[in-house]
Design a protein around this ligand. Structure first.
Ligand code: TYM
Length: 321
């Protein structure tokens, strides 16, 4: 089965990215034909700083590899190294009703946040569809925030197939309902654009500072607390197994728990969880040419697959004459 997903390199990666997508992709490598890319074209919709985009791309790749993405086992590349995706985006645009894009929440949310929309932001889901269809992906692991984009991808694939025959695999989203949306420090979805993230590979001081900012309710120490509405609990549970979650829950229900203590434990847990990967990440960042080489090799593998799909599409649509 072909499993594909992408991640934007705008800013540091955070726990939402890790639990929503990265760790699932890493786990899928063992059994599946995994395709994974750094979505630098997508990042351009929110980043107009060339230097930052280039650095962010390498950093995101190094982080992913350090955490276990294996460029030998999987196909791992940078989106813009396979420019075929842009041609497919154009072709698919002609199978994309305006209403389908106008209904997209992530576009509407960004506009509501005051971001002046440009065509790139509006057309973003078509590029994402091209990413998925170009590689004939069966399964796309994502966080819940991408669910609607996957529905758009399916709609476009079906519309194209109805017109031209079974060219594209119609993809399925894989959303882990237990994770779905990782909350940020303030309880909203953890997101760079909300400034409420806990970032991967922070130094101890900065990590503790982020975790101490988690917003809690004013329940007094001597009263029982509600784990289900507590942002610390909702983040902490991602690092625990079933017994660990049950025992933390019991502590919440017993009067006397101090949020400050739980934050300190969470800080130590996050620090210790990522510590084993930090040395590899630092080594990769110190040797960016090795990372570049691995990404270029990934792009070659990806391009071979892309070329096959695109050839079929060009033929069907009359671009080959
Ligand atoms: P991006 O870069 O915003 O996020 C990468 C992945 O992380 C997930 N994620 C979360 N999951 C749970 N809780 C959160 N708080 C959270 N924040 C982020 C996202 O759902 C995503 O899976 N459009 C995509 C990138 C993309 C893509 C694709 C994905 C481009 N082309 C093709 C799949 C297939 C995006 O912006 O993800």
């Amino acid at each position: 089965m072909r499993v594909l997903s992408g991640i934007q390199p705008s800013g540091s990666l955070h726990l939402g990215n890790f639990f929503g997508m990265m760790n699932k992709m890493i786990a899928h490598q063992e059994q599946q034909d995994l395709f994974c890319f750094i979505a630098n074209y997508h990042a351009m919709t929110s980043l107009a700083d060339g230097k930052q985009l280039a650095t962010g791309t390498l950093e995101a790749a190094a982080n992913f590899i350090a955490l276990g993405m294996d460029p030998e086992k999987s196909t791992f590349w940078v989106q813009s190294d396979v420019p075929e995706v842009q041609e497919l985006t154009w072709i698919l645009s002609n199978f994309t009703p305006m209403g389908l894009l106008e209904r997209c929440h992530s576009y509407k949310d960004k506009v509501a946040q005051g971001i002046k929309p440009n065509h790139g932001l509006f057309a973003y889901p078509v590029l994402m569809t091209a990413d998925i269809l170009l590689f004939q992906s069966d399964l796309v692991p994502v966080g819940k925030d991408q669910k609607q984009h996957l529905e758009v991808a399916r709609d476009i694939a079906i519309k194209f197939n109805n017109e031209y025959g079974e060219i594209f695999t119609v993809p399925e989203a894989e959303i882990d309902e237990d994770v779905a949306t990782v909350p940020g420090l303030d309880g909203r979805k953890m997101s760079k654009s909300y400034g409420n993230t806990i970032d991967l590979f922070l130094g101890e001081k900065a990590l503790r500072k982020q975790i101490m900012r988690i917003v809690t309710d004013p329940t007094p120490v001597e009263e029982a607390k509600n784990p289900d509405t507590c942002n610390i609990f909702q983040i902490y549970r991602l690092f625990l197994d079933g017994d660990g979650v049950a025992s933390l829950r019991r502590r919440y229900l017993t009067p006397g728990l101090r949020y400050g203590d739980v934050k300190q434990e969470l800080f130590e847990t996050v620090r210790d969880f990522f510590a084993p990967y930090a040395a590899k990440r630092d080594a990769l960042l110190a040797d960016p040419d090795t990372v570049r080489k691995q990404l270029k090799q990934g792009a070659e593998k990806a391009r071979a697959v892309a070329a096959k799909t695109l050839h079929k599409v060009r033929k069907k649509t009359g671009l080959v004459y």
